[in-house]
Ligand binder design. Sequence first.
Ligand code: MV4
Length: 451
Amino acid sequence: MFKKILIANRGEIACRVIHACKELGIETVAVHSETDKDCLHVKLADQSVCIGPGPAVESYLNIPSIISAAEISGADAIHPGYGFLAENTYFADVCDSCGITFIGPSKESIEKMGDKITARRIMQKADVPVIPGSDGPVSLDDPKLFKAARKIGYPLMVKASAGGGGKGMRIVASEDALKNAIAMAQSEAKSAFDNESIYFEKYIEEPRHIEFQIMGDKRGKVVYLPERDCSIQRRHQKLVEESPSPFIGPSLRKKMGRAARHAAEAVKYYTVGTVEFLVDKRGNFYFMEMNTRIQVEHPVTEMITGIDLVKEQIKLAAGDRLNYDSDDIKINGHAIECRINAEDPDKDFIPCPGKVNQFIAPGGPGVRVETHLYSGYTIPSFYDSLIAKVITGGCNRKEAISRMNRALDQVVIEGIKTTVSLHKKIVKNEQFQKGNACTDFLSKHLFGASK
Ligand code: MV4
């Protein structure tokens, strides 16, 4: 097992990783930007190193600085959290060359799943259903372009191969909009990812976003865990996640879980990860992408399975074997997570950094809060606006919802605007309570057509 882990991240996830390390008896090194010297993760860690100025490119994305911090502190492994360097193949490679264990997948796994065209090809070979679409990249000067599009049918989606999470994506309603959509997606992808490779997918109407947590060990064993339903999103940012999905029964769960396991096996995946699917109204499911990291919403899975995913992740990186099967993992009740952002929902969700004069977290039965907030903390403007995750669990969905209602009413965050008010509306909404919320829920039920 590792002696000392450096956490190459900040905020709630850095705190979460430190909790796991402490429970495993592993020493912790926090890294922080100049702006973040008073952050909770710095206070919680055994040791801390300043790695540069506020802007992430100069600190949390600064690979030489982070590697130096690991070397001077004597860390034998690095946990990247999510975001920042978590899916950076170059970083995983540099860690390896320096004899530091990267707590995550191999660079080959990251690379294969990071390129969506490659991932689709590997999934097809592994008999994992993919969304009907083009076999490879499409190009504006291909004489068979319209023919290829017609074969898939309209509406279709133009997606960036290097994209994911909705970036570089366009819906195309009909042939006359095709070329323009490709050109737009291409230039967006070129500037965002320095890769203008584009492909087609059939447009799945009113889909649900269902994802499976998986875990693999270094001997090639992979297990799947129960699904999370992340259908409530805004501009491709998840707002609410729950597990199990009100939409998925035992037989579809088993079919999708096995497909998720095959997806992970196909890229020799040996850590925690998530396979995302779109599910249509009839229950057909399609591989969408794989996230090769621990995700923001992992606690809902922990709540209903009793498995500590971050501790498992660390143990798997140290070479431990998985000594249980998917069927041994039981669903215990229901869990929901609301992501609280420092944003103003009444002003188009503009970020609201600033001083938190008072913070009181809810507690009591079935409530878990993952946060780096404390009274007097100042939220900087440089980073993501996620400030807290409220997770509630109960013996069934109804109890998890009533606990979420109660917990959200008890949150006190003074000094800044947050999305707590939006979450209260979602959780009280009749369609949500019935389990009907699909991907257009927000626009349909809470905001009007434009959003
Ligand atoms: C799609 C889709 C419909 N058809 N792909 C991809 C990234 C994710 N953030 C949104 N993505 C979608 N891809 C095809 N072929 C619809 C969406 C989508 C969506 C999916 C799940 C949950 C919420 C969504 C909101 C908008 C669009």
